[in-house]
Design a protein around this ligand. Structure first.
Ligand code: HEC
Length: 129
């Protein structure tokens, strides 16, 4: 008699989990994402519009930008031919393990292990338009 109740519940639960894994929702950030960016990314990337001369491409406006497309930046062939539009989800995939997501990339970064930190930093990037 419980089966009929339990099934929809399990369905709801797995939907919720799948949703979280997609890194789609951004709760008010309260500085966590900015902190992760400062610790993990800022050594190579700037989010100050127009700033050049760093090892990585400027990430102001990266959400919604085509991969490997920032004018004047010398991307790897791998990144230039990746041909995706950067969104929270695929940036989270990139920073999980860059060499796995874009084999041959110049981004010399081992990956960010914490899903919480990945979520926070992509939400931070969404705000840097
Ligand atoms: C040690 C330097 C370094 C670190 C640290 C680093 N990156 Fe990168 N990143 C690069 C380089 C270099 C590229 C260009 C890769 C290529 O051309 O293959 C890149 C490319 C990217 C791109 C693609 C941009 C585009 O215009 O297509 C994104 C998004 C990105 N990085 C996000 C991040 C985030 C977020 C972090 C921190 C969690 C991070 N990176 C940490 C060096 C770095």
């Amino acid at each position: 008699m419980f089966t009929s109740l339990r099934l929809p519940l399990i369905g709801l639960l797995s939907l919720t989990l799948a949703h979280t894994a997609l890194a789609a929702d951004c709760a008010p950030d309260q500085g966590h994402g900015a902190q992760v960016f400062a610790n993990e990314c800022a050594v190579c990337h700037s989010v100050t519009k127009g700033m050049t001369g760093m090892m990585g491409p400027n990430l102001a406006g990266v959400v919604g930008r085509k991969s490997g497309s920032l004018e004047g930046f010398n991307y790897s062939q791998a990144m230039r031919s990746k041909d995706i539009n950067w969104q929270a989800e695929n940036i989270a995939q990139l920073i999980t393990q860059p060499q796995a997501f874009v084999p041959g990339t110049y981004m010399p970064y081992m990956g960010l292990a914490s899903a919480d930190d990945r979520q926070a930093v992509v939400c931070f990037l969404k705000e840097q338009q």
